[in-house]
Design a protein around this ligand. Sequence first.
Ligand code: COA
Length: 150
Amino acid sequence: MAPLPSIRPVTAADLPELVRLDGQAFPSGPYPYFVLRQFLDAYGDHLLVLDDGSGLLGYVFATAPNADHSWILSLAITPGLQGRGLGRRLMSEILERLRSEEVKEVWLTVEPNNDTAVLLYRSLGFVAEGAPRRDYFGPGEDRLLMTLAF
Ligand SMILES: CC(C)(COP(=O)(O)OP(=O)(O)OC[C@H]1O[C@@H](n2cnc3c(N)ncnc32)[C@H](O)[C@@H]1OP(=O)(O)O)[C@@H](O)C(=O)NCCC(=O)NCCS
């Protein structure tokens, strides 16, 4: 049986592949390279990738804790590998790490019609904070704020 892909922090050498992965997962609005570079500089160990030894299968990005809470900035799995439990694995790992750092709450935003992501976050204990925020990420880009209290 093939070994489980491992989860590890991002390194600078991952950036070109992360740009590719992010562009596949979010074709209408991927992060520019410079934003990923700044996430790496700012949040280091809180950016995790799923690596099977031959390439990156997914990532989860969180912020370092600030005032007892952290944000999940983004979560993505390579399109052909979605629906196999990899997103749940990455989320569970980052939440475990944040919990061990004594983070009290985790916050995230999600596109309100992204049923897969909303279901995943709910099943992990996140709850919606009110109705979706209109134009949160600019015109037409509504987002639902969800929070998890440890
Ligand atoms: C959202 C995403 C990260 C989830 O990762 P994934 O590996 O596909 O999801 P998983 O296989 O771990 O499934 C986790 C849960 O999601 C839900 N889910 C997964 N596939 C689903 C589908 N096709 N339809 C509805 N719900 C689904 C289920 O609740 C599932 O729970 P289960 O494990 O009890 O079955 C992934 O689909 C993705 O990268 N999507 C594109 C980018 C994106 O939308 N990111 C989230 C931004 S907030």
